[in-house]
Design a protein around this ligand. Sequence first.
Ligand SMILES: Nc1ncnc2c1ncn2[C@@H]1O[C@H](COP(=O)(O)OP(=O)(O)O)[C@@H](O)[C@H]1O
Ligand SMILES: [Mg+2]
Length: 231
Amino acid sequence: MIELYRVNKEYSNGQTALKDISLHIPMGQMVFLIGESGAGKSTLLKILYKAEEFSSGRVLIGRVDISRLVDYSPLRRKIGLIFQDSSLLPQLNVFDNVAYILRAQGASEREIQYRVEGALNVVGLLDRSKDMTQHLSGGERQRVGIARAIVTNPPILLADEPTGNLDPVNSLKIFQLFREINEKLKMTMIIATHDPRVHQLKKRIIQLGNSQIIMDTEPSELPMFRSLTAV
Ligand SMILES: Nc1ncnc2c1ncn2[C@@H]1O[C@H](COP(=O)(O)OP(=O)(O)O)[C@@H](O)[C@H]1O
Ligand SMILES: [Mg+2]
């Protein structure tokens, strides 16, 4: 569960990035965070993964007030991150890129095998395990980035413009993959994007505009709205 209460963020140069943001994202929910460039999407995600402090308000992740944390590492272990550029390690093949964090954490080879194969299977790249990442297309590279983010099975997945480098067809496929992952693995997900086509995916959409929430729609609200207007 992710909860924000009246969160404000002003950068040290005086630039306001978030104004009075309150929202509640239940466990396992998938949310698209949309809005034009500069609306505050990245800032909101950075606050959640503790790359930026907020100026006022309260943020709770799994009932823990994150401003009170002294050690951020348990929180960071709960969060898988995906960015526009998945920054894969060019000297490693697909399998080893996904295995990297597990090896760093000292997991056994047997566990690594099981988890990496599981993650690559979810993103549809199990048969590319031995390929070097520079031989993959942009969409495939981003799938490796997603496998790497889910391989530790974090309860929360945050993605900042994950399709920023992809063409429209591949972007939609990546959004559909996120939806499949959400349905299969039940991770809580926030996906920031300026692609308005995410409306097609029928998930909750929170729109930021000028540092504020200007729309928050659950897909279940849409038929209700239609039936009301039909009366
Ligand atoms: N490190 C920073 N220092 C000062 N201002 C920033 C910084 N990062 C972002 N901003 C400003 O905060 C606002 C929100 O930015 P951002 O969260 O990156 O929006 P988005 O991800 O929706 O494009 C913008 O006006 C941006 O210029
Ligand atoms: Mg951004």
